[in-house]
Write a protein that binds this ligand. Sequence first.
Ligand code: UDX
Length: 433
Amino acid sequence: MRSVSIIGTGYVGLVTGTCLAEIGHKVVCVDSNKEKIRKLQKGVIPIYEPQLEELVHKNKKKERLFFSTSIKRAVKESEIIFICVHTPEKDNGEPDLYYVELVAQKIAELMREYKVIVSKSTMPVRTGKKIKETIKNYCSNELEFDVVSNPEFLREGSAVRDFLFPQRIVIGLESKRAERIMRDLYRPIRAPVLITSIETAEIIKHSCNAFLATKISFINAIANLCEKVGADVEEVARAMGLDRRIGREFLKAGIGYGGSCLPKDIEAFVHIAKKSGYDFELLRVVQKINKQQRDMFISRIKEVLWNLRGKQIGVLGLSFKPNTDDMRNAPSVEIINRLLEEGAVIKVYDPVAISRAKDIFKDSVRYCRSAYEVAQDSESLLILTEWEEFRKLDLGRIRNLLKVKVIIDGRNLFDPQKMRKKGFRYICIGRGR
Ligand code: UDX
């Protein structure tokens, strides 16, 4: 059992801390938000993530998982300290590392013996070096310490599973001592461990997200071409995916990638590359295609519905992807806001994201309790998130409830021919016209 602390109990911090407790370590999760910590101490989880609540309760009970607002306690009680604070985007797209530096300073001031300080959140390459310099500058005694970069590859909606059953564990470090400790920390998890330099680990994280975004924009570009020539992007993606060199994942055409990670990370990577003297043109085009995807979706809505003023539009799905209530950078936010600007009347439904949506749209949209309530008298239905629940809808009932039988599907949930047979005007992405 190793003693671990997590500074910053946001999404990554909470999942990391809970899962490290689950594999047998003693973990203190720290956050400056008193309300959040008070709730977590009572077992109330601030985010929706499958399995997380159950594991928090279990490990609290086993006295392996603790929540605190005291960074002093965390530094004192642990040998390994994970920095998981958020790195918000500045106006120019660069990540803001102010909180990372602040935490590094605090750790330096509070340290009384050897510590391993691990950066876990996505941080620009060379942040590890900066953390090391900061600790040296602010530590009054000449203590030994190690800085490690251990990027996370967690996907929202499957973050616990991704942590406990990863495809690889990447650890960037500089000493044998840190290697021994980090290998021991992850020993209960069966996965290849890649030991690299700190900079390489940081670049691995950037590259993975950049490559995933590139795959999405690539298939969206193919979808646009498919529409023009009357081909079907779903079949193209299936055939491409069967080639093991390409792989099946992240070839789903739609309304572009969103979420708290990919858009921010790609923007940051473009900046970092530029700062390092390299113009990452490829990624700039990936971003451009992603933006165009939403523009085109809105143009399509206008083309079908003509004037939007006063028209009632139903929206199914708000979260940036299924199995999460996260609405950060969700395509739905931009699409709905633009429809509202044009004077449309919007009704929305999402299986879990309604309460988060209320913080964003306030009373500018009508919140419904089911897809059927959304469909009632609407002059079209938009699908913006591919929740499993929507695949199982009673489409006959939906058709009868809709005033105008149009479905504009940004996630290609249904077979176009079957939908047309059922009496819908069905518009989707990249499946001929
Ligand atoms: C991502 C990375 O996958 C993860 O490894 C990293 O640690 C954090 O960022 P996440 O943000 O949870 O994870 O979402 P992800 O599943 O990657 O989806 C991102 C966006 O891409 C979503 O909006 C999703 O709808 C979209 N997407 C994904 C597509 O449009 N098509 C696809 O084929 C896959």
